[in-house]
Ligand binder design. Structure first.
Ligand code: ATP
Ligand code: MG
Length: 553
């Protein structure tokens, strides 16, 4: 449309201007995870933002593992991250990079800084460096090693690499300005000695570059034009710019910060998710109660729903927190027309139709999705004995209760009208069987009696249905108390998982991992990819059907 209003987020406005001014010719973005954990919904935002920009501007999107800190990195995380990014639909084509592949170039870059008099080897201990650094209100103090000569610095740095010094004995520091109002500019450490085995380079190196030095170099080497990161790096930007300037890269990348995505009352930080996993509070990184991407996938979220969610959140410059209900809204919207609506009884009690022929099974036709004809129809077996939801019968109904109670007539979805004539109880007073009679004239679509009923309930055939485990989730966090206690521990909701034995239509028995369905009235469910077996299915509830959530204007 010609007069369509195209609104640009602030990052797009920056890119438009850079392109217009010739600061760059094409756009190259990257997603640079540290392989020290699984990705979560916040990372999805970063991935889709970076990939989306590359697509919009017909540029490139790189996938780069920022593996410069060997302590916590693992190949397991590399593999899970690749799987998650691909699943979200972000395509790095043949541009999969590892920061560790640039260790040699980073070393050369450090040498170049030393030669320019812009870096020096410092013998102060970590504590001394901290003490010399000053505070927000006081300038720092020069290190006594700040004015070492170039030759001496080159020799010491070389010796650091050769393994002559113990961890922490010497570091390489950028020589910038100890009086800078920005503490990050007070001669930051850019290389340290650390005898650690790296997941890819093994023991080749015993010195490793610091993040603030390594990251701009990685971006520059790859020709990244816009290096998008989160707000906590805003104060590091002058250092980023200093590094690319001093190293004289012909096309310096530009750092742009945006606000992290937070969900209210949800644990998003990698560090905290890790803690929940390690303490066994959840069952692995993909426990469906988490918001790691693996967990969302296992629970039954789709890439489309996450994309919709990220788009709705927008890109901002100020931190804020989004309601989890918005994510739920997105998955409902995505599945509503796509997935069949089936019958499953989560908390079954038996219903016997006294006047229905014993031993007879008939197949009744049901629409798979009333709002989407293309999903077709299916045949559902019906017989004398059925299961219905326990909550759909009451001995003494409250006012306005429209479902089964003695004397009342309801519609069995896709089947007949039935009237409750009797019920049975066990010794504890629990209802065990509901007795009804049916009216053959009311068969769906055929007979019409002119009579109306107020309630419709779902059911499955007692003989033909299959038992299934269903897992019903609530927030892992006790929302009344907030996420964290004062001591940093997490307020866990003890009832975040409820497991029930349900009865499902036979058509659902062989559903495959990750397949999802609407179970009428009960919500959207997805076949668990780990624990479900043919004939013994396990379903995770993705989300219930109803919500008071309203889209923000
Ligand atoms: P966490 O804080 O959860 O540990 P991180 O920032 O340490 O995450 P990285 O692997 O360093 O994780 O992040 C990779 C990229 O994802 C970075 O560019 C980072 O800014 C971005 N990112 C991380 N968390 C979020 C978030 N909550 N919202 C948006 N982007 C995020
Ligand atoms: Mg990090």
């Amino acid at each position: 449309m010609e007069n369509e209003v195209v609104s640009r987020n602030f990052i797009e406005q920056i890119i438009d201007q850079d392109l217009a001014e010739g600061a760059c010719e094409t756009v190259c973005t990257r997603f640079p995870p540290e392989p020290n954990g699984y990705l979560h919904i916040g990372h999805a935002k970063s991935i889709l933002l970076n990939y989306g920009l590359a697509q919009k501007y017909h540029g490139r999107f790189n996938m780069r593992f920022d593996d410069t800190n060997p302590t916590k990195e693992k190949d397991e995380f590399v593999e899970s991250i690749k799987a998650d990014v691909s699943w979200l639909g972000a395509d790095w084509e043949d541009r999969l990079y590892f920061a560790s592949d640039y260790f040699h170039q980073m070393y050369e870059a450090a040498v170049k800084l030393i030669q320019k008099g812009k870096a020096y080897v410092c013998d102060l201990s970590a504590e001394e460096i901290r003490a010399y650094r000053g505070t927000l209100t006081e300038p720092g103090k020069d290190s006594p090693y700040r004015n070492r000569g170039v030759e001496e610095n080159l020799r010491f740095f070389e010796e650091m690499r050769e393994g002559k010094y113990a961890d922490g004995e010497k570091v390489l520091r950028a020589r910038i300005d100890m009086a800078s109002p920005n503490i990050n500019m007070r001669d930051p450490v850019i290389y340290r000695v650390a005898r650690m085995s790296h997941h890819r380079t093994g023991d080749t190196w015993c010195i490793y570059p610091m993040y603030d030095f390594a990251h701009p170099i990685e971006d520059a080497i790859e020709g990244v034009t816009h290096s998008i990161c989160t707000l906590e790096f805003e104060d590091h930007r002058p250092l980023y710019d200093w590094v690319v300037r001093e190293l004289e890269y012909p096309h310096p990348p530009k750092q742009i910060e945006f606000a992290k995505l937070y969900l209210t009352n949800v644990v998003t930080g990698k560090r905290y998710i890790k803690k929940l996993v390690e303490e066994g509070i959840v069952d692995g990184w993909d426990d469906p109660r988490l918001v790691s991407i693996a967990a969302l996938r296992r629970r039954g979220f789709t890439p489309e729903s996450i994309r919709m969610f990220v788009d709705l959140c927008g890109v901002a410059k100020a931190n804020s927190s989004v309601d989890y209900a918005m994510l739920e809204y997105c998955i409902r919207e995505d599945l509503k027309l796509k997935r069949p609506r089936m019958m499953a009884v989560l908390d079954p009690i038996r219903l016997v139709i006294d006047n229905y022929p014993e031993g007879q099974t008939e197949y009744l036709e049901a629409d798979n999705n009333l709002e989407n004809e293309t999903l077709g129809k299916r045949q559902v077996p019906f017989g004398r004995e059925l299961y219905i939801e326990r909550e759909d019968f009451m001995e003494i109904p409250p006012k306005k209760y429209k479902r089964l109670y003695p004397g009342n007539e309801v519609r069995l979805m896709n089947a007949y009208f039935v009237r409750c004539v009797d019920f049975e109880k066990d010794a504890d007073g629990n209802v065990t069987v509901v007795h009804c009679t049916y009216d053959p004239e009311t068969k769906c679509g055929t007979g019409f009696t002119g009579r109306k009923v107020k309630g419709t309930i779902h059911w499955v055939s007692a003989d033909e249905s299959v038992e299934a485990e269903v897992r019903l989730y609530e927030n892992l966090i006790n929302e009344e108390k907030g996420v964290y206690n004062e001591d940093g521990s997490i307020n866990i909701n003890p009832d975040s998982l409820r497991v029930q034995k349900a009865r499902i239509e036979p058509a659902l028995a062989d559903a495959e991992a990750y397949e999802s369905f609407q179970f009428v009235r009960n919500g959207y469910f997805c076949v668990d990819c780990k624990d479900s077996r043919p004939g013994a299915p396990v379903f995770n509830r993705i989300v219930s059907l109803k919500s008071s959530f309203k889209l923000p204007k």
